[in-house]
Design a binder for this molecule. Structure first.
Ligand SMILES: [Zn+2]
Length: 405
């Protein structure tokens, strides 16, 4: 235990909670808790660009209080603009469902619009797929649960779309790791309503060559460091990155030069050249092992690590995860990019991505999500957490989630 654990916990509520307007917004969200597509649109209508999440956080905080008062009671804790709401039903296992409340900057796409694309009704808005549809899925399920088979922890956090040291989930994992304890974490990032397990790790290094400066008219007096970098590029171009199977999923690795710099002046033989290399490695390798591997691969060169993050194992061998896979009904796929599931992995928890929407539209001016997919993902998550609650009268059961091949 660190000294920090002896400090009093921060107050659950900011002193000026709720912000003016938050109560009306919360009432609007509560009115459509049974309709996750409508809820997505209303969440999108509340701007929450990173750093400006407070109004939306206050509204969601009030929604959670409503859910707690009228459904399954929740212990609601708050750190800045991150909310953590947990059930205490005494179940043997706990599932954590997380979603970020912030978005990248708006591009004329707030408030949301109802549009039809390729014959499908979509919600067109900043945040539609990344990831207010995932937040809507979580809130709608939290509202409908009555007697879930496992305890639940709902996490809504700030600052996901900016520098990693501002990330609300990272902050809570440092300040209150006990708030996040669970047997399986489900992150509602867009995954076409299919399960994407784990994620690759990433490490960035500078590989440097050294030479001797000279006038380029008398190049034979020097040693050209840029020429020496040629060997680094040849090694990289010849390398065939492997595909590694971890817990049954195939993770394709990549090793790429992502930058090169060198040169002193137009008439000088350069004495230094730097090649920036990014290695995306499978989650059975730690960042430390990836560094050791790179040092061996580039033996003889000066190597400096600038950035490294472990990946996350998919954890699909865990019974709760297997049950989730069965409930969703489509084969899980690997996530090749780095996502916040790795933060859960660092806390010793298996974690998967599962959310409505296609990640290819995230951060784009044409960001949107299919209404039917928001409903399908919500029904699927509810069916996993409380099978008896998922059969809602009048609700179409044909809205199967579409896993990505
Ligand atoms: Zn996201």
């Amino acid at each position: 235990m660190s000294d920090a654990s002896l400090n009093p916990a921060p107050p659950a509520y900011p002193s000026d909670f709720p912000l003016a307007g938050a109560s009306d917004l919360a009432a609007g969200l509560i009115a459509v808790l049974d309709d996750p597509a409508a809820l997505t649109a209303r969440l999108c209508d509340i701007p929450s660009v990173s750093g400006d999440e407070r109004l939306l956080t206050d509204a969601v905080h009030l929604v959670l209080e409503h859910i707690s008062a009228h459904g399954t009671p929740l212990d609601i804790r708050r750190d800045g603009d991150t909310l953590v709401a947990s059930t205490s039903l005494g179940r043997d296992e706990r599932i954590l469902v997380a979603g970020h409340l912030d978005t990248v900057p708006i591009e004329g796409n707030v408030p949301s619009e109802d549009r039809v694309l390729d014959g499908e009704d979509v919600i067109w808005a900043r945040g539609a797929c990344d990831m207010k549809a995932g937040v809507a899925m979580a809130l709608s399920v939290a509202h409908r649960l009555r007697s879930p088979r496992r305890d639940l922890t709902w996490v809504f956090y700030d600052h996901e779309e900016v520098d990693s040291d501002l990330n609300g989930l990272g902050r809570v994992s440092r300040n209150h790791p006990d708030w996040l304890h669970a047997d399986l974490a489900i992150l509602g990032e867009p995954s076409n309503a299919g399960i994407e397990g784990g994620c690759n790790g990433t490490i960035r290094v500078e590989v440097r060559t050294h030479g001797v400066r000279a006038h380029s008219a008398r190049a034979f007096m020097g040693e050209n460091a840029i020429h020496a970098a040629g060997d680094i590029l040849v090694k990289l171009a010849a390398f065939e990155a492997p595909t590694v199977t971890v817990d049954g999923l195939d993770y394709r690795e990549s090793l790429s030069a992502v930058g090169i710099s060198g040169g002193v002046a137009g008439n000088v033989v350069p004495d230094e050249c730097t090649v920036v290399v990014n290695y995306r490695f499978a989650p059975n390798t730690s960042a430390a092992d990836a560094e050791a591997w790179l040092r061996e691969f580039f033996a003889g060169y000066d190597l400096n690590v600038t950035d490294a993050a472990d990946g996350a194992r998919p954890g699909l061998d865990l019974p709760a995860a297997q049950e989730f896979v069965r409930a969703i009904g489509s084969a899980p796929a690997p996530k090749l990019g780095w996502t916040d599931v790795a933060r859960f992995s660092a806390l010793g928890m298996p974690a998967v991505n599962f959310g409505p929407g296609n990640a290819l539209f995230a951060h784009k001016a044409d960001e949107h999500v299919r209404r039917s997919e928001v409903v399908a993902a919500t029904e699927a998550l509810l069916a996993f957490l409380e099978p008896s609650a998922s059969a809602v009268p009048g609700q179409s059961t044909s809205s199967e989630p579409k896993g990505q091949a």
